[in-house]
Design a protein around this ligand. Structure first.
Ligand SMILES: CC(C)(COP(=O)(O)OP(=O)(O)OC[C@H]1O[C@@H](n2cnc3c(N)ncnc32)[C@H](O)[C@@H]1OP(=O)(O)O)[C@@H](O)C(=O)NCCC(=O)NCCS
Length: 371
């Protein structure tokens, strides 16, 4: 899971408290009791990449280097747990230090990612024990929210995560974007159709984060998420990702399938003029690309820009959310504790959905990741 996103929050909500070096895992099944602890800079990180390859499929040298950089960062920051059986790494999981907007309010959020158990160790409780330990650490560090994209739900439900929203993807024939509908009378009058767009890169991570934050705050958005600045800068440092920044908007996209498609990760705009300017850049690729796909919210204005109703929107990937349990205990340390944490997770979901009303919850872009 890659994204360009950033946030102005360099530290976790409770700072960089480390706590004990050894994290006690829950009670795994089938008599297996892996030792669960934070990975340290003294650990060999090659087995972490090996677990990822065996769990998520092949990735090339470039992706391996990006994963290793992310892993070094999460290990250095105490955000990466490993489960060891006789000194051998059999499972790992981490979280990104992220933020998520709820009704325009920016909240610290731990984005769980890289949950991997070695194939030969699966189905014996290691995944649940690891997630129990990780959720405990996230709560101990003070994050009010944690989110992830689940490949499977049971292991996350068991520790209090519940489905709360989805990432959506719009798909539109590129030729439909070629002549965007002209601005209506009310929106006209802004002469600069480019809205002051400029190319952006890793050095702009902080400004991009600030611009995106202002847009989500003004729109009172629910669900979009953003990474910390270091992660963002690494993601922006990609020659295949093309980014443009305006005073109230940000665009990030890449080619996909050779040059047959354009994949838009983010086209966030705070005004009609900027939305038009961002989509004009995307539309300029219609001579090459057949299809434009874009991660966006269900209420994204892109469908208003085409003459014909050519924009189709699909629920791309659901995500799960866990609120911080109100009662502190040792999550997962016993049957009662598990029930309590789970109930509190569901409570958080109900509370959020009541507050949301009819507001569609979405992640405007790849955010928290289970992978
Ligand atoms: C998914 C994964 C992390 C689960 O780890 P695990 O050690 O096998 O899980 P556990 O033995 O602790 O089982 C925990 C629960 O998840 C369920 N579960 C485990 N693997 C499952 C699967 N592939 N499909 C559906 N449910 C599954 C178990 O039945 C159990 O449910 P229960 O408590 O209701 O009995 C592991 O199988 C894995 O690494 N898979 C490949 C990578 C992946 O998909 N990672 C998750 C990315 S979001």
């Amino acid at each position: 899971m890659r994204s360009w996103r950033s946030s102005g929050d360099q530290g976790g909500p409770a700072g960089r408290r480390r706590g004990p070096a050894l994290v006690t895992g829950g009670q795994p099944g089938a008599g297996q009791r892996p030792e669960i602890r934070r990975l340290t800079q003294d650990d060999d990180l090659a087995p972490v990449l090996d677990l990822a390859r065996r769990s998520f499929g092949p990735f090339g040298a470039e992706a391996a280097a990006a994963r290793l950089a992310d892993t070094r960062e999460s290990v250095a920051d105490g955000r990466h747990l490993g489960a060891f059986d006789g000194g051998r790494l059999i499972a790992a999981a981490k979280y990104f230090d992220m933020v998520q907007w709820w009704h325009g309010r920016r909240l610290p959020m731990a984005g769980v990612a890289g949950v991997t158990v070695a194939p030969e160790a699966r189905g014996q409780g290691a995944g649940r024990a690891l997630m129990t330990a990780l959720a405990g650490q996230i709560a101990a560090r003070g994050y009010p929210l944690s989110a992830l994209y689940p490949a499977t739900a049971a292991v996350y439900r068991a520790v209090g995560y519940e489905l709360a929203g989805a990432q959506y993807q719009a798909s539109v024939p590129a030729r439909s974007l070629r002549s965007l509908l002209p601005p209506d009378v009310a929106a006209a009058g802004r002469p600069d159709s480019r809205a002051g767009l400029r190319r952006a890169g890793p050095a702009d991570a902080a400004e991009i984060s600030a611009v995106i934050g202002r847009v989500h705050e003004a729109a009172r958005d629910c669900g979009p998420a953003d990474f910390d600045l270091g992660t963002s800068a690494r993601m922006l440092d990609d020659e295949h990702l093309f980014c443009y920044l305006a005073a109230d908007g940000f665009l990030a996209y890449r080619w996909q399938g050779g040059n047959s498609e354009v994949l838009v990760y983010c086209a966030t705009a705070g005004s009609a003029a900027t939305a038009r300017a961002l989509w004009s850049v995307v539309a300029s690729h219609s001579s090459m690309a057949g299809t434009v796909r874009a991660f966006c919210g269900p209420a994204d204005p892109v469908s208003w820009l085409t003459r014909e109703p050519d924009v189709s929107l699909a629920r791309h990937e659901p995500w799960m959310l866990r609120g911080r349990p109100r009662r502190r205990g040792r999550p997962g340390s016993g049957r009662g504790a598990r029930r309590r944490v789970h109930r509190d997770g569901v409570h958080a979901r109900l509370l959020l959905s009541r507050r949301q009303g009819d507001t569609p919850v979405h992640l405007a872009a790849p955010g928290p990741g289970g992978r």
